[in-house]
Design a protein. Structure first.
Ligand code: ADP
Ligand code: MG
Length: 765
């Protein structure tokens, strides 16, 4: 069996020998050559000699690639670094560059001719410019560049708005490929195209080899990268791949490739940029070519392997001390309950307790739609831990939420002799110090804080359970933190972002999942309406009737200051306006992220105590806030929010027995899609369904808030589209970790995945 080449050998093509199975291996002589070469490499500047996937992009200028000088290479490195969110362009490698994929492919072996155009057809046409010029419109405020061109058979017209520089690009006689949707102008009897993509052909100083890659074949079309348009990029990729030929190591064992019907990495990277002549362009454009399949599989495979490793590493370390539960503790847990649990809550609590009693540390995700009652379940688990003599910590994403939990928990456990404390960044240094000391001494039973709680250098006396609220994160990084402090506690992560099962499996590959799929009794579903600005007065009237009958309301804005987005209504401005001109007889409050924590806390407390009738807020109120008397949620610029976020916001109302309303104000004149999207909110209150839709529309990165969620961003994979490949990758990763666990091959794979920063495995190593 041939094992993938993991090293960074200067593999030299000419010293490979073909084997019977069609692959190749180095000959003895080749190995000796390489060794001699490596010995010398210390004396030589390696970068001059070796071009590998690991070569920094910035060094590419040393490799004699036409039109890739120092400046261009540095710019490229910076652009790619920005795409991959690397802080340091030096970290951008040729491999990263090769993952800058074409946005589409054109079959230029079959260019459409002008006399073959059809009204409405999207096609590429190669033409020669005859005449072009700029026309002013609307008294000169708009400028149109138009040109007429011909392919010898027929004439076309192409035009662009406000791009007068095109005057210089298109001279008489310039040969160009135009791509766009062609429309027949019936008056003039000519095909026209508006704002087409274009590519000027036949640059004189271009060598014939390079110029041949741009036409008469299947060509990749790249999105502009910095200053580089598709044509120079295509040239760079072409030369780069030529120089790399043979030096793109295979990372997966050949048996896996054949079992999963995958092409080699070498071939995949080559053909994803330059599809071969017999390739189907549609397959490439629809991301289902063999090249795409291979690269997507690989990406998902490493993820699956990383997740599998994480789970194994967590289970390897037992907790040490065990949680017990007897009748006394059962009675205590029951006694603190302010209401009867729903069946779903009971089931989930059982799952949690059973984890806690086991000797492996719990790593459980508790999912439940907004308002499903996750908090009380978590509190019960915390009580079990405390009754066993452990300390427990609850972490919330914002101070507002931490404070709400603090008030709530203190009230619920008030009959027990527990010490409950709050620790937030805005507390005085002296107060914080006192809390820390008490924590270290083991005097505090329940500590509530923001997520920063464990990041700071906090020491616990006997930490047994950590609850992380409203965060969809692997939870692993936090665990790594805790481990460094010498704990391996039970961890319960709670989220109201309903993650479709398919996604949860991957995203939380190392978490067990519990779901509360039932709302507490007596809730009436929130009524949702999408409205345009023309209904504003009516909406205000409606809010007034609710406020008069003693209810409370929220008005939510996307951002707080009119910096860039001038068309957005400013929360503070609107607050003034609403208070003075619309609701002068009511008490209004404002809440936004720029306020000091203490101010926020005051406003929240006042709203919860009904000293404020209407709260104008930004999305800081998004998660967790629980004021059952509020019955109206008005969201301005609803079209700017994702569906899952709207659902979260809507979840702030409908928490009591009274009927509640969510009004989505949208400027849906803007797009039909926005209207269609928002109407999903009118149709359903089911968070899971909404998340599925959101996922279809926006992709996982957006839905999960990639950066915060710890979900690695994918370069190619799409968890919805590629579910079957995901399954396959998971199976293969499991095989590798179970059946082939002790092989050298697996060892090399593990070493490889540990080096990939995207999977964060270094953190727990
Ligand atoms: P979330 O799951 O969104 O965090 P919460 O835990 O804040 O929801 O619960 C929402 C509201 O429902 C709270 O006011 C809580 O007290 C109440 N609640 C939770 N469980 C029940 C129940 N079984 N019966 C009645 N009310 C409940
Ligand atoms: Mg909550």
């Amino acid at each position: 069996m041939q094992v993938g080449n993991y090293g960074q050998y200067p593999s030299l093509n000419q010293i490979r020998e073909p084997l019977d199975d069609g692959s190749s291996a180095r000959s003895k002589r080749g190995e000796r050559l390489i060794q001699a070469f490596r010995a010398n490499a210390d004396f030589l500047n390696r970068e001059w000699l070796l071009l590998t996937l690991e070569t920094p992009i910035a060094d590419l200028s040393k490799h004699g690639i036409p039109r890739l000088g120092k400046k261009t290479a540095e710019n490229l490195a910076a652009e790619i670094a920005a795409i991959n969110a690397h802080p340091d362009p030096q970290h951008s490698t040729v491999e990263d560059l090769l993952h800058y994929l074409p946005m589409r492919y054109e079959d230029r072996s079959r260019l459409t001719r002008v006399d073959g155009l059809i009204d409405g057809l999207s096609a590429s046409v190669e033409v020669t410019v005859r005449i072009g010029g700029v026309l002013p419109f609307k008294g000169g405020r708009l400028k149109l560049f138009e040109m007429f061109a011909t392919d010898g058979q027929g004439q076309i017209r192409a035009f662009w708005w406000n791009q007068i520089y095109l005057n210089r690009v298109f001279q008489r006689g310039t040969r160009v490929i135009l791509f766009g949707q062609w429309k027949l102008n019936r008056y003039k009897g000519i095909f026209e195209v508006e704002n087409p993509d274009y590519e000027v052909l036949g640059d004189e100083d271009e060598d014939p080899e390079t110029s041949a890659i741009h036409t008469a074949r299947r060509v990749p079309v790249y999105r502009k990268l910095g200053d580089l348009r598709t044509r120079p990029l295509r040239g760079i990729f072409h030369h780069l791949l030529q120089k790399l030929a043979g030096d793109i190591p295979e990372l997966l064992p050949s048996v896996m490739l054949s079992r999963c019907d995958l092409i080699s990495r070498q071939k995949a990277l080559q053909s994803i940029h330059f599809p071969s002549d017999d390739a189907t362009v549609e397959d490439y454009n629809e991301v289902r070519s063999p090249a795409h399949r291979r690269l997507i599989f690989e990406e998902l495979f490493w993820l699956a392997l990383a997740l599998g490793l994480r789970r194994r590493e967590r289970l390897r370390e037992p907790k040490g001390e065990m949680i017990e539960i007897d009748d006394r503790i059962r009675e205590v847990v029951r006694s603190i309950l302010p209401f009867a649990l729903t069946d779903a809550q009971k089931r989930v609590l059982r799952e949690i307790i059973s984890d806690m009693r086991g000797d492996e540390p719990m790593n459980r995700l508790l999912q439940g739609d907004v308002g499903s009652g996750k908090t009380i379940v978590a509190i019960q688990a915390m009580v079990v831990a405390v009754e066993n003599g452990y300390q427990t910590a609850l972490m919330a994403p914002t101070e507002i939420l931490a404070e709400q939990h603090f008030r709530n928990i203190r009230r619920i456990v008030s009959s027990r002799p527990y010490r409950v404390e709050l620790l937030t960044g805005s507390m005085k240094i002296r107060e914080k110090r006192l809390v820390r000391e008490a924590l270290r001494a083991g005097e505090i039973d329940i500590i509530i804080g923001t997520h920063a709680l464990i990041q700071e250098s906090i020491e616990f006396g006997r930490l047994g359970l950590v609850v992380i609220d409203e965060q969809h994160r692997f939870g692993v990084l936090q665990r790594a933190q805790l481990r460094r402090q010498g704990f391996n506690p039970d961890v319960l992560v709670m989220t109201a972002t309903p993650i479709p099962r398919s996604l949860a499996m991957t995203v939380y590959g190392d978490l067990e999942v519990s779901v509360i799929d039932q709302l507490p009794p007596g809730r009436t579903p929130v009524r949702t309406h999408v409205r345009g600005d023309d209904r504003r007065e009516q909406i205000y009237e409606f809010i007034r009737t609710q406020l008069v009958s003693g209810r409370q309301a929220y008005v939510v804005y996307p951002i707080i200051e009119e910096s860039e987005k001038l068309d957005l209504r400013n929360a503070t401005e609107m607050y003034d306006h609403l208070q003075r001109e619309v609701f002068p007889e009511f008490r209004l409050g404002i809440l936004h992220g720029r306020m000091k924590p203490l101010e926020k806390e005051e406003v929240m407390t006042a709203f919860a105590a009904h000293q404020i009738d209407l709260l104008v807020a930004t999305t800081v109120i998004e998660v967790g806030i629980d004021v059952p008397n509020s019955t109206v949620m008005l969201i301005e610029h609803a079209e700017r929010f994702g569906l899952s976020q709207l659902h979260q916001l809507r979840g702030r109302v409908g928490r009591g027995a009274a009927e509640s309303f969510c009004i989505l104000l949208a400027q849906y004149a803007k797009t039909k899609e926005a209207r269609a999207r928002l109407s999903i909110m009118e149709e359903t209150n089911d968070g899971f369904l909404i998340a599925e839709k959101d996922l279809e529309i926006r992709g996982p990165g957006e839905v999960m808030g990639t950066r915060q969620s710890g979900v690695p961003t994918f370069r190619l994979a799409n968890l919805i589209r590629d579910q079957r490949l995901l399954e396959l990758a998971r199976r293969e990763a499991e095989t590798q970790l179970v059946e082939l666990a002790l092989t050298r091959e697996t060892e090399l794979m593990i070493r490889h995945v540990r080096k990939m920063p995207r999977y964060g495995l270094a953190e727990i190593g």
